[in-house]
Design a protein around this ligand. Structure first.
Ligand SMILES: Cc1cc2nc3c(=O)[nH]c(=O)nc-3n(C[C@H](O)[C@H](O)[C@H](O)COP(=O)(O)OP(=O)(O)OC[C@H]3O[C@@H](n4cnc5c(N)ncnc54)[C@H](O)[C@@H]3O)c2cc1C
Ligand SMILES: *[C@@H]1O[C@H](CO)[C@@H](O)[C@H](O)[C@H]1NC(C)=O
Ligand SMILES: *[C@@H]1O[C@H](CO)[C@@H](O)[C@H](O)[C@H]1NC(C)=O
Length: 433
């Protein structure tokens, strides 16, 4: 699918330059729209550690020309290992099915830089940092900044994350505030030099594989990054700090040691390599599905409308799919008056999909975190059996789920929804004549 240029180039305001916002700026910019991206932070920076670029995201990045810079720094996974928490016993290994394309892992900063470099190289994409949006009007559309500056445009895309300001204005109530899920995650990255000395750890960083250790109320995901120069470990555990703000913070290393006491000695060794006294800890939050994602010429995307647990590695992929759908739909309209229709079709093509994926992440939490006992034994038996082709209890490594997650083409789905909707509108008009 080539990139359709916009029939009517629009003035687009994107709020937030996280991975979702930068993807939207890129695809809209490539199609010829004039994009202003407003970001509250004083500089461009993507925090965090590793991220999985699943085939459904990679297909889109391919079309937008960013794959070469991604492949310069990624690792392409061949296998996913599932291990028991206590002794590291291998419960199952799923080969990555490349029918849908590669499953690569990359540092978030590298992915963000690839997207931002491509987007900001376009003459029609402008980034304004230090720009915090505090208000939005819906007709005509404009956003106001905390400084009082008002910026007008044809359409506003709110990619302002789980604590979205625009969401509250759009829904007009507080029903969508983020809710802590009860889980939090430590995220560590280890340099190759620290792992090379130990044969077990060297094998881990050398193998193009992701490993999941699963245990009661906890699990760990680990994989190599940056051409095997770094090793990424995400450790999910019950959030000890109770309710409160959704944040990313730093915790004493000792809490991580305590959380994984008695786990596979390989895990203990990995944790032992952390040199800092504090590790980044990320509190996992969600909010309930929203009644709508759009109002007039304003649309929400990414974590602003469907934050998800990272347990099937689709948070960013779903934001990039949103960007893709918006890109193609806003380039398909023939007059500005069709913007609200295009946004409705965007919601139609995206909401059910993203909410299904969101729910799978939540369901997977239950499966992965079973306490030891009969249910866990049955699950582990299923893991062993799925080598012979059964359903995999881990939704992320299950072939049927992968077909749904990875085989999706968000641009195609959006166009299909547009054609259906347009067909209906035309039929209704003819009917009325
Ligand atoms: C700190 C952090 C770490 C994460 N780590 C992981 C991970 O390891 N793995 C994973 O799968 N997912 C992770 N996620 C979730 C993942 O980043 C998102 O699912 C995905 O990247 C889509 O995000 P987004 O672009 O919609 O929102 P975000 O990445 O949250 O970006 C929102 C952007 O909007 C800006 N912004 C917010 N409010 C305003 C405003 N009023 N005006 C202007 N700008 C504003 C913010 O500064 C930010 O740059 C993380 C999220 C965060 C915030
Ligand atoms: C953004 O704000 C920071 C401090 O808050 C300031 O140092 C910097 O110069 C500002 N940058 C721009 C481009 O306004
Ligand atoms: C890979 O996935 C495709 C599409 O879902 C399927 O037809 C094929 O049998 C799978 N291959 C293997 C080896 O599982």
């Amino acid at each position: 699918m080539g990139l359709t240029r916009a029939k009517v180039p629009l003035d687009v305001i994107v709020v937030g330059v996280g991975l979702g916002g930068v993807a939207a700026a890129l695809t809209l910019g490539l199609r010829g729209h004039n994009v202003i991206v407003l970001e509250s932070a004083p500089k461009l920076m993507e925090v965090g550690a590793g991220i999985q670029v699943s085939p459904n995201m990679l297909t889109l990045l391919d079309r937008w020309g960013v794959s070469p810079s991604i492949h310069a720094r990624d690792v392409s996974l061949e296998r996913i290992h599932i291990r028991r928490w206590q002794n590291g016993q291998l419960l199952g290994t799923m080969p990555v099915n490349k029918t849908h394309g590669q499953q690569v892992v990359i540092h978030r900063a590298d992915l963000h830089k690839s997207l931002a470099d491509s987007a900001l190289a376009l003459p029609n994409v402008e980034l304004r940092i230090n720009s915090t949006v505090s208000g939005v009007t819906f007709s005509p559309v404009s956003v106001s900044l905390t400084t009082g500056t008002v910026i007008t445009g044809d359409v506003v895309i709110a990619a302002d994350g789980i604590k979205s300001t625009v969401r509250g204005h759009l829904l007009g109530d507080g029903s969508s505030s983020p809710i802590p899920t009860g889980d939090a995650a430590y995220r560590i990255t280890l340099p190759r030099s620290t792992m090379e000395r130990d044969p077990d750890l060297k094998r881990l960083i050398d193998e193009p594989a992701a490993t999941r250790w699963i245990g009661p109320a906890r699990h760990i995901v680990a994989y190599p990054l940056r051409k095997h120069e770094l090793f990424n470990v995400v450790l999910v555990h019950p959030d000890r700090r109770g309710v409160g703000e959704c944040w990313t913070t730093r915790s004493p290393k000792q809490s991580m040691v305590d959380d994984y006491c008695g786990w596979d000695p390989v895990v203990t060794k990995l944790i032992g390599l952390v040199s800092e006294e504090e590790v980044p800890e990320w509190k996992l939050c969600l909010h309930r599905p929203l009644k709508t994602w759009t109002r007039g010429c304003v649309a929400l995307m990414g974590d602003a409308c469907h934050p998800m647990l990272p347990y099937i590695a689709q948070g960013t992929a779903q934001a990039v799919e949103d960007a893709a759908a918006l890109g193609i739909l806003l380039s398909s309209i023939s007059t500005r008056s069709e913007i609200p229709l295009a946004l409705k079709v965007y919601e139609k093509s995206r909401k059910r999909r993203a909410e299904t994926v969101q729910q799978s992440g939540s369901d997977n939490r239950i499966t992965l975190h079973l306490p030891d006992g009969p249910q866990q034994e049955a699950r582990d038996k299923q893991f062993r059996a799925c080598r012979l082709g059964g359903t995999n209890p881990d939704r992320w490594s299950d072939p049927e789920m992968q077909q749904y997650l990875w085989g999706w083409d968000a641009e195609k789905a959006a166009l299909q929804a547009w054609d259906e909707r347009r067909g209906r509108v035309l039929r209704e008009m003819r009917h009325r004549l």
